[in-house]
Structures are given as structure tokens and as C-alpha cells.
Write a protein that binds this ligand. Structure first.
Ligand code: FAD
Ligand code: FES
Length: 265
């Protein structure tokens, strides 16, 4: 059930240039699927809409949620100014998340993530490793794309899978994008999970189409209400939306995770 609640800020630390890790104590930490997100409200009354931020990690026992965000405007700027000990209003839990059922018959699992699409994939890598990490038949890799060598979360991914890095400026790992890095490292996935900028997701979709494999992508497009009411986040799909009876999906409620072949991006 979605609800607005108050969370306690445990930490809100800068972990890279313009990137912050926000850890919250909240009752909403139960039963989270990787890829789900929360709406984070700022205390500024001129910004009434919550900012959608993906859950990076959830700990049911400690009742904690962690999100990692980039300061990209006024709302995220307000969030970065919050301090440990402050309270923050959040809306959650939102979105569908990744369903790991699709992994049962897959051996070579590749996570591809770029920029601020990286945080939700840490939670996914952790869940996949928890479910299949002891299975020698499964190979789990992550290809992470950064602007430059000022990376974030990379070391944390290494706890769960083999990590390959690509940077736009070539200062670390492969020089170029994550799709070319995957080819360079001769990774041959039989399933891909991806989150990142739209051009990257388009590349993942076409790559998966050519290889005839499923790719599940998370769309982090602009949103308003976040709860399915305003239709401000629709994308075209092959399936009909039960709400509007047209080939539209609401990213905030039907997504943000979709099978790439089913969405027009
Ligand atoms: C499902 C989902 C998950 C996301 N997860 C993360 C995450 O884990 N980390 C992270 O750093 N960012 C994430 N984003 C993007 C984040 O929501 C935007 O960067 C943020 O809303 C920008 O707000 P702002 O006020 O700082 O920017 P402004 O540009 O000042 O915002 C103006 C308005 O546009 C909206 N907006 C602007 N850019 C975006 C955008 N890219 N996506 C959605 N709304 C936007 C804002 O909600 C606001 O209403 C996610 C977005 C979605 C939809
Ligand atoms: S943001 Fe309002 S319907 Fe999705």
C-alpha cells in the first residue's frame, strides 16, 4: 500500500561530485523489490511534488532504506541540504520493481547501468547474488558507466558480482559506453537488466533484440503525481492500459521496470 509517512534521516553524505547517499529509518522498508522507488518531499512549500528516487538498498531488520541521488535541480538541491537527525516526508513504496522469477533458467546475467541509473541496480545485484550467488552455473556481471573516474558505488557492486567499468572520458576502464564495453569484454548475456539514460536504454533494447534475449529496463522519466493519477508519465507499449484502454503505460505504476520489447522508447 502506498502511503505518505515521515522518515528519520540517519545520514545524507556526499559520496562523489554532486552525488549523495541518503539513509532513512522508516516503516516502509519491508518487502521492497529492487527497482521500486519512493517520492521524497522537500520542506520548500513552493515545491509540492515529491521527487522520485529509486531505492538503492533496503534493510527490513534495521527498518532502513537507502537512496542515492544526483543534485540536478532545486528539489534535489533541497534534499542535499538535509542533515542527519532531520525528518523527511516520503511517499512509498512506488512502482513495480524487478521480478527475479525470470532468472530461473538464465545462466549469464548482465546488469548494465549508467550514471544515476546505477543506484537501483546495486539493490538488484545484491538480491540476485542472495538468490543465485552460490550457484556455479550462474554468472553475474555488472557493466557500470560513469562520466569519469570519480565513481560511486563501484566497490559495493564488487561484493555481489564481477564488475566492468566504462567512462565517457576514458579515465577509468573502457573508454566509451556500457554497450561497447560489454562487447569488448565478450560478455554474452542471456538476460539483461538495465537502468540509465534513454539513449543507453535504446541501445540495450536493440542489442537484446539482435541477440534475441530479454532485457528488463527501468525508465526514470519525468513524473508528477507518482501514483497513477495524472497521466504525466505515460509511454507507448504493446499492451493496453486497463485505466485508459489505450496502448499506454503509466511509468509510475505499471513501471518503472518494463520488458524492453514491450515499450516504445
Ligand atoms: C522512477 C524514477 C527513479 C529515479 N531514481 C533516481 C535516483 O535513484 N537517483 C537520482 O538522482 N535521480 C533519480 N531519478 C530522477 C530524479 O527524480 C530527478 O533528478 C529529480 O526529480 C529532479 O528534481 P529537481 O527538483 O532537483 O530538478 P528540477 O529540474 O528542478 O525539477 C523540476 C521538475 O521536473 C521533474 N524532473 C526533472 N528531471 C527529472 C527526471 N530526470 N526524472 C523525473 N523527474 C524529473 C521534477 O520531479 C520536478 O517536478 C528518478 C526518476 C524516476 C522517475
Ligand atoms: S506521474 Fe502521475 S500518472 Fe505517473
Amino acid at each position: 500500500m502506498k502511503k505518505k509517512t515521515t522518515a528519520d534521516i540517519i545520514e545524507n553524505n556526499k559520496i562523489s561530485d554532486g552525488i549523495y547517499s541518503l539513509r532513512l529509518k522508516t516503516e516502509l522498508s519491508n518487502g521492497i523489490l529492487p527497482g521500486q522507488f519512493i517520492g521524497v518531499y522537500t520542506e520548500n512549500s513552493s515545491r509540492i511534488l515529491p521527487r522520485p528516487i529509486s531505492i538503492c538498498e533496503a534493510d527490513e531488520d534495521k527498518k532502513e532504506l537507502r537512496v542515492v541521488y544526483r543534485v540536478s535541480g532545486k528539489g534535489t538541491g533541497d534534499i542535499a541540504a538535509m542533515k542527519a537527525g532531520d525528518k523527511v516526508h516520503i511517499l512509498g513504496i512506488l512502482g513495480n520493481g524487478y521480478d527475479l522469477e525470470c532468472l530461473k533458467d538464465k545462466k549469464n546475467i548482465v546488469i548494465m547501468a549508467g550514471g544515476i541509473g546505477i543506484p537501483p541496480m546495486l539493490g538488484l545485484a545484491k538480491e540476485i547474488a542472495k538468490e543465485f550467488g552460490g550457484d556455479n552455473d550462474k554468472q553475474i556481471s555488472a557493466v557500470l558507466g560513469y562520466r569519469n573516474s570519480d565513481t560511486f558505488l563501484m566497490k559495493e557492486f564488487e561484493k555481489y558480482c564481477k564488475v566492468y567499468v566504462a567512462t565517457d572520458d576514458g579515465s577509468l576502464g573502457y573508454s566509451g559506453n556500457v554497450i561497447d564495453a560489454m562487447r569488448e569484454h565478450k560478455l554474452t548475456p542471456d538476460i539483461i537488466f538495465a537502468c540509465g539514460p534513454l539513449p543507453m536504454l535504446r541501445g540495450v533494447k536493440s542489442c537484446a533484440q539482435v541477440a534475441d534475449i530479454p532485457a528488463y529496463i527501468s525508465l526514470e522519466e519525468r513524473m508528477a503525481c507518482g501514483v497513477g493519477a495524472c497521466l504525466g508519465c505515460v509511454c507507448k507499449t504493446v499492451k493496453k492500459d486497463a485505466h485508459s484502454n489505450v496502448n499506454n503505460a503509466r511509468i509510475c505504476t505499471d513501471g518503472p521496470v518494463f520488458l524492453a520489447a514491450e515499450v516504445d522508447i
